[in-house]
Design a protein around this ligand. Structure first.
Ligand SMILES: [Zn+2]
Length: 243
């Protein structure tokens, strides 16, 4: 009886082994990952911890891998513990400088980065509204949030084709050569860009308050500029040149 059962089981195994190979072999789907160079990650941690407020900026993507962040750049902004508002003129100037340095628009206008005080990196309702409104015109974009406590949140959104969005993992890529930390330059960038609406430095008080991006502003034109085609024509330069 025992031998009969064994023979039956072996027979089943033999049958299983004779199964035809799959026409489309199963593979683990590749999950895109937002990666930072160690230098970019160190800079982001420095900027997050430099003051008491949130800070925001743009990820500068590697030309060969748009989800590899080589640098994190701030623009002039007014920040509280729960908000970041970009100066629209500063954003236009930032975009112009990136183009002048030879970067493609998808390298500097698609990865929106900001920090959260506290432990939660979950996007707020205003974060969601801003991401949908301001980045909904580009073919793809990433919202990345780093909380004070270390939690991260990244979501990749496609606005073309079948559309969709997915949360993606975040990693620091140590496999390539990377530059040394430069806290002095990072600190200068922070001081130049991050301001509180409640306190005004002597230098800033003499200039007219900047117009800030807020919930009423329309960033559509701003992100149309960041589309790859057409780009840097004389007509567009005249449209987007700072006035
Ligand atoms: Zn937020």
């Amino acid at each position: 009886m025992v031998n009969a059962n064994l023979a039956e089981r072996l027979g089943r195994r033999r049958k299983r082994r004779r199964r035809q190979p799959l026409l489309f072999p199963r593979r683990r789907p590749m999950t895109p990952t937002l990666r930072f160079t160690p230098t970019a990650w160190a800079k982001l941690l420095f900027l997050r911890d430099r003051g008491e407020t949130e800070v925001g900026g743009f990820g500068i993507s590697s030309p060969l891998d748009l989800l590899l962040i080589d640098d994190v750049r701030l623009v002039r902004q007014q920040c509280t513990s729960v908000t970041v508002a970009f100066d629209d003129q500063a954003v236009a100037d930032f975009f112009d400088r990136q183009v002048d340095q030879g970067l493609r628009p998808e390298q500097f206008g698609r990865v929106w980065i900001h920090t959260h005080p506290g432990d939660s990196a979950s996007p707020s309702s205003k974060d969601e509204e801003t991401f949908a409104r301001c980045f909904g015109e580009s073919d793809w974009a990433v919202m990345f949030i780093l909380a004070q406590g270390g939690e991260t949140y990244a979501r990749l959104r496609f606005n073309i084709g079948p559309r969709g969005s997915l949360e993606i993992p975040v990693d620091v890529d140590y496999r390539r050569p990377f530059a040394a930390a430069d806290q002095t330059t990072w600190d200068l960038e922070y001081v130049e860009c991050v301001h509180s609406p409640y306190f005004t430095s002597p230098n800033v008080s003499e200039v007219e308050p900047p117009h800030l991006f807020d919930i009423e502003d329309d960033w559509t034109d701003w992100f149309n500029f960041a589309k790859p085609e057409p780009f840097a024509t004389a007509q567009e330069e005249s449209v987007y040149a700072p006035t």
